[in-house]
Design a protein. Structure first.
Length: 237
């Protein structure tokens, strides 16, 4: 999948990187449902609240953390396949996912201000295609990452580093926006300032403790207070 702005002659001097699930699209609890059904299907049920605590983490780490290393070694591939199958029911025209209020407006405004807007996700290509269809912000995007770009997802910093490389922007000239502690940790390990949003279900205290510079209710709240945010100050220094 190529960058929507890959034919542009000039690169941005700053970038804002976005997680998608739980940040731009209300999909975290769809993932909880899909994982819950997947674990039950492979004969190892897990309580939904425990699953939620791991949403946004690399799927291999998620499975191992929830069922243990020995069980994960046996169940990993089947659990991941089952999750993908059940999550697919939430996608597409007949799915139940929706874009958070003013998410598209925020991305458009950041692009208008000259920031390189990057979707920094390790979602598989089929899921990413559906999520991009929901977002409908292709004109605002500078670049997009996917599972094809890294072997390990967040909290490993790899996907953030790939996003920076695609934007051709140094870490100190970028800000990451995410809803999970795993987003914050990945950004921190890549040297990128992170802004947290509460829309994924992690608390303000958890995001701050993980290292978030600022925390907003959701992307609509961030847009309303954009000028005074760390993103609003990006590039002024």
């Amino acid at each position: 999948m190529t960058s929507p702005a890959s034919d542009d002659a000039s690169s941005p001097s700053t970038a804002v990187l976005f997680d998608i699930d739980g940040t731009l699209v209300d999909s975290n609890f769809a993932h909880v449902d899909a994982w819950s059904r997947a674990f039950t299907e492979v004969g190892h049920p897990v309580d939904s609240w425990r699953i939620h605590r791991s949403i946004g983490k690399d799927s291999s780490l998620l499975v191992e953390g929830l069922v243990g290393k020995d069980a994960a070694a046996r169940l990993l591939d089947d659990a991941k396949d089952a999750h993908s199958r059940h999550y697919a029911e939430h996608l597409g025209d007949e799915g139940d996912l929706h874009v958070f209020e003013r998410a598209t407006d925020l991305l458009a405004e950041l692009a208008r201000r000259g920031h390189g807007v990057v979707l920094a996700t390790s979602a598989p290509e089929d899921e990413l295609k559906a999520l991009r269809g929901l977002l409908d912000v292709e004109d605002a995007l500078w670049a997009v990452t996917s599972s094809e770009d890294v072997e390990t997802a967040k909290p490993d910093p790899g996907i953030v580093e790939v996003a920076l490389a695609k934007a051709d922007v140094p870490a100190e000239r970028a800000v990451m926006v995410g809803d999970a502690v795993w987003d914050v940790e990945a950004a921190h390990r890549a040297g990128v300032t992170c802004v947290g949003v509460l829309s994924g279900g992690f608390s303000r205290a958890e995001l701050v403790e993980a290292g978030a510079e600022e925390v907003y209710d959701d992307v609509s709240d961030l847009l309303a207070r954009l000028d005074d945010s760390v993103i609003g100050r990006l590039g002024r220094d």
